[in-house]
Design a binder for this molecule. Structure first.
Ligand code: DP6
Length: 401
């Protein structure tokens, strides 16, 4: 019996990506299970630029469940954190089928979780999707689960289920009331479209507006446009978007991404009282993208905005340098000019006088804080190197250098 002693401390660390929807999720039919009123489709962004890292540990010696976010202790009792924990433990119990596996981690042990982002949380870049995808991935590793867990990540945040895969990902709304068919599916891996690039234009300090959870609930209750969108528009667009991705048709992909972002923000205006996520700077970027495309005579850049003012721009690699120059000239950096462009390297480009005359207007200095250059990337990753754990051997956060 002594030989069958359960392990005293176990630890697992994973990383998970951010995703940006090109067919937006907005509205739930079940707020507890997080079941959406429409399917959605997103691009997973590369973790070299944006990622969450989470360590989950379980030990016989822990006296309570605890959680740290970016080094600060947070409320582990949060209902969505609890829903993820409960679901992972339920699956682990089911897997063991009641039989005691001596090598398995005891499900009665308390757990410690530490999570941090490699990007400033304050920048307003969607962090809950990466955060919950990472939490579920780390817990699954800890308990030795191997099944697909987008259904569990969905319980943390709807958009989190799409961060369980790399590349191009669909969250199918499903039909069942219990949500067992509301899960994410990979449409194509990140290698499918090697030329696709993403620029995140981080817009300067705005107060945080109404959060997406509360916002979308008000929209469901009051917006007839949202109802029409979910019933009629999205099913058509989803099929079209899948085809554009399969064909690597940037023109089709970009136009539809812009239209869908615009319709999402139209449903926000149609909500009563209305919700405004776009700012003057966001609208300035929209107009700039359209002037740029009009000058070239086709869609070379496409914007998308979530529940905040930051712009995500899609472009092919051969367009990035020129468009970044356009952004620099339109929104010259206030300070820190050398850190204005971050992430993947961006070549230099000179703007032709014709382009400058057609596209540029009066510059707005400081309106864009910085540009992050990234591309589609893979889904959650296991971190093998034990020195990368965010928790030490005592189960407490390591002091960060
Ligand atoms: C505008 O996934 O953050 O980014 O399910 O309530 O946690 P909850 O909402 P969340 O909503 C994301 C909305 C969006 C569009 C999208 O990502 O599809």
């Amino acid at each position: 019996a002594a030989m069958a002693a359960e392990r005293a401390l176990a630890m697992a660390t994973c990383t998970a990506p951010v995703n940006i929807a090109v067919i937006k999720y907005w509205g739930k039919r079940d707020t507890d299970l997080i079941l959406p009123i429409n399917s959605s489709l997103s691009v997973t962004l590369h973790q070299d630029q944006l990622k969450t890292t989470t360590t989950a540990a379980a030990s016989r010696d822990f006296t309570e469940d605890r959680l740290w976010l970016n080094g600060k202790e947070a409320d582990v009792g949060h209902p969505r954190v609890q829903a993820c924990l409960r679901e992972v433990r339920r699956l682990a119990r089911k897997r063991r089928g009641g039989g005691e596996d001596a090598a398995a981690l005891s499900l009665s042990y308390k757990i410690h979780i530490a999570s941090e982002n490699n990007f400033p949380t304050a920048a307003g870049l969607a962090s809950s999707a990466a955060g919950y995808a990472c939490l579920v991935s780390a817990l699954a590793r800890l308990y030795g689960l191997e099944e697909e867990l987008s259904e569990v990540a969905r319980r943390g945040s709807g958009s989190a289920c799409r961060s369980m895969f790399g590349g191009f990902v669909q969250w199918q709304r499903g039909e069942r009331p219990d949500g067992t068919d509301s899960l994410a599916l990979q449409v194509a891996p990140e290698t499918h479209w090697p030329e696709l690039r993403v620029l995140v234009l981080v817009v300067s300090g705005e107060k945080k507006p109404v959060g997406s959870t509360a916002g979308m609930q008000t929209s469901v209750e009051t917006s007839p446009l949202l109802k029409h969108r979910a019933e009629v528009v999205v099913p058509e667009r989803l099929a079209q978007m899948m085809q554009h991705i399969r064909d690597r048709d940037f023109e089709g992909f970009g136009q539809l991404a812009m239209r869908d972002s615009n319709q999402f923000h139209a449903t926000c205006l149609d909500t009563f009282p209305p919700i405004f996520y776009l700012t003057d700077v966001s609208r300035h970027i929209i107009a700039l993208a359209h002037r740029y495309n009009a000058h070239h005579g086709h869609t070379k850049v496409a914007y998308s905005f979530d529940a905040g003012p930051n712009a995500v721009i899609f472009a092919l690699a051969d367009t990035v340098a020129e468009f970044v120059e356009v952004v620099k000239r339109s929104f010259p950096p206030a300070t820190n000019g050398d850190q204005f462009v971050r992430g993947l390297p961006v070549g230099s480009a000179a703007l032709s006088p014709e382009l400058a005359a057609a596209v540029l207007t009066e510059p707005v200095p400081g309106a864009v804080q910085y540009i992050l250059h990234t591309k589609p990337g893979p889904g959650p990753q296991l971190v093998d190197d034990p020195s990368q754990h965010l928790l030490g051997p005592d189960g407490l956060p390591r002091s960060r250098a």
